[in-house]
Design a protein around this ligand. Structure first.
Ligand SMILES: CC(C)(COP(=O)(O)OP(=O)(O)OC[C@H]1O[C@@H](n2cnc3c(N)ncnc32)[C@H](O)[C@@H]1OP(=O)(O)O)[C@@H](O)C(=O)NCCC(=O)NCCS
Length: 132
């Protein structure tokens, strides 16, 4: 059995929840974009879908393993796509993909994808049912 990586899909799954430009302020020591910034964009994007699903505040309880397949350069357009995978009692599993658009070549590549879990919370920060 081989252990080769799963090839990135040709097109994104889900709806666009965030689109922004990677700015120099979030570059790492190599001059590429810092991975933590990208994860925060994905987390925000997933939260937008979770909030509109639960119609309440949400908080991130877990982020499953992420692999970065391609670097992001300063000036690239980043799009985050989110797709609701499962609704539990108080939690929502949401798949989030980050794609980069290289404007010079007009090409798109998936940079990373991961599974984010959000919990619907009440005003006191305690979990409450998604379907209330
Ligand atoms: C999220 C939080 C409100 C959950 O509170 P809790 O008392 O642990 O709640 P529960 O144990 O009832 O779990 C709530 C739901 O989260 C799910 N969950 C808990 N831990 C999980 C994990 N590691 N992975 C996936 N789902 C998880 C539970 O299965 C449950 O889902 P369900 O109701 O759909 O069955 C609480 O842990 C919290 O406030 N954490 C900090 C969140 C935060 O600050 N995030 C940002 C970090 S900077």
């Amino acid at each position: 059995m081989t252990n080769s990586p799963v090839p990135a899909p040709a097109a994104p799954s889900g709806d666009v929840v965030i689109r922004t430009i990677a700015m120099p302020a979030v570059a790492n020591a190599n001059g590429d974009i810092f991975g933590g910034w990208l994860v925060s964009q994905m987390d925000l994007g997933g939260a937008i879908l979770a909030r509109s699903t639960a119609l309440s505040r949400v908080t991130t309880v877990a982020i499953d393993a992420l692999t970065f397949n391609n670097p992001v350069s300063v000036g690239d357009t980043i799009s985050c796509y989110a797709q609701l995978i499962r609704i539990g009692r108080t939690s929502m599993r949401i798949s989030v993909e980050a794609w980069v658009h290289h404007f010079l070549t007009n090409s798109e590549q998936r940079v990373t994808a991961g599974m984010f879990t959000y919990v619907a919370i009440d005003a006191a920060g305690k979990p409450h049912p998604v379907k209330r």
